[in-house]
Design a protein around this ligand. Structure first.
Ligand code: IPM
Ligand code: MG
Length: 347
């Protein structure tokens, strides 16, 4: 069981360290961890945010535990050299098209949510975000128009097979949960979304047991704060999924709590917190490592099929939160290592 650990930038190394401590505490026979450089730190060391040696190393592994990338020092670089290209490159190169972002309110966090406790306590949803297409990977540029004005442009597109494969992931996930799938699009305006909707309806024929609904993304954003308990599984494109998952995180209390799994058609998976590198608090031991620890649990479940061990980690995290373990993001005072310690004790 070979795991590539790519800690990256900002708070990435701090939060990843805690997740690695948790993995090591399980004493899994045959587990080997390899470290690699990604993001702004990789650019500084190797001149590229996703160096060839990192890509080669991860290809030899079964799964990747990823921290975060993003570094304000790199804002002036050409886009293909910016830290974010590391994560986008890995998603594309490894065919990681299916991003699972679960959001559930932990017991004890009712008051931490940005929503009223009775609204927040009903949250138990899964965002299935497409990760290999959309406006993220379309042609783009900044050009000068005939009259001299500069124009930025990006192209949004989805081919039907891209929609079909993520729709299947959404339906299968719904089947294993409460049987409800909500497809989120902007079909009232975008042709890309019209095709998305048509294809999702076609795929629905294979899943008569799943109740399918459609929602425009603006309405979905509203419903997510009005009545998030109505959602079971949400399936959506890359851009809408990016936005809605950040929103969902504050509905359950903090962006420091949301884990994610990025899966391919094969066995390779990448596991990362949904948050970024948070340069403002980096290196100060203030970041909440729980999202990364929960991502390690998803890694055990989805890539190594160690369901019991995954549940053990999730239970330890839930216990810690129920016992009042809180970092600054949740109104508490504990630092990164202390939160890691609290999970390890309960493990
Ligand atoms: C995420 C992040 C990334 C994205 C960034 C870092 C490129 O926001 O994983 O949600 O936009 O996908
Ligand atoms: Mg995001």
């Amino acid at each position: 069981m070979k795991i590539a650990v790519l800690a990256g930038d900002g708070i990435g190394p701090e939060v990843t360290r805690e997740a690695v401590r948790v993995l090591e505490a399980l004493r899994l026979p045959g587990l080997v961890l390899f470290e690699g450089d990604v993001g702004g730190m990789a650019y500084k060391r190797h001149g590229h945010p996703l160096p060839a040696e990192t890509l080669e190393m991860v290809r030899g592994c079964d799964a990747i535990l990823f921290g975060a990338v993003g570094d304000p020092d790199c804002d002036g670089l050409e886009r293909h050299l910016r830290p974010e290209q590391a994560i986008l490159g890995l998603r594309k190169e490894l065919g990681l098209f299916a991003n699972l972002r679960p959001a559930k309110l932990f017991k004890g966090l009712e008051d931490a949510s940005a929503l009223r406790p009775e609204v927040a306590s009903a949250i138990d949803l899964l965002i299935v975000r497409e990760l290999n297409g959309d406006v993220y990977f379309g042609e783009k540029g900044i050009r000068t128009l005939a009259d001299g004005r500069r124009q930025g442009w990006d192209t949004m597109s989805y081919a039907e097979d891209e929609v079909r494969r993520i729709a299947h992931v959404g339906f299968r996930a719904a089947k294993g949960r409460r049987g409800k799938l909500c497809s989120v699009d902007k079909a009232n305006v975008l042709e890309t979304s019209q095709l998305w909707r048509d294809v999702v309806i076609e795929v629905a024929k294979d899943y008569p047991e799943v109740e399918l609904s459609h929602m425009y993304v603006d309405n979905a954003a509203m419903q997510l704060v009005r009545n998030p308990g109505q959602f079971d599984v949400i399936v959506t494109g890359n851009l809408f999924g990016d936005i809605l998952s950040d929103q969902a995180s504050m509905c359950v209390g903090s962006i420091g709590l949301l884990a994610s799994a990025s899966l391919s058609e094969g066995t390779m998976g990448l596991y990362e917190p949904i948050h970024g590198s948070a340069p403002d608090i980096a290196g100060r031991g203030l970041a909440n490592p729980l999202a990364t620890i929960l991502s390690a649990a998803m890694l055990l479940r989805h890539s190594l099929h160690l369901e019991d061990e995954a549940t053990r980690i999730e239970t330890a995290v839930a216990k810690a939160l129920a016992d009042g373990v809180r970092g600054g993001d949740l109104g508490g005072t504990l630092g990164t290592t202390a939160i890691g310690d609290a999970v390890l004790e309960r493990l």
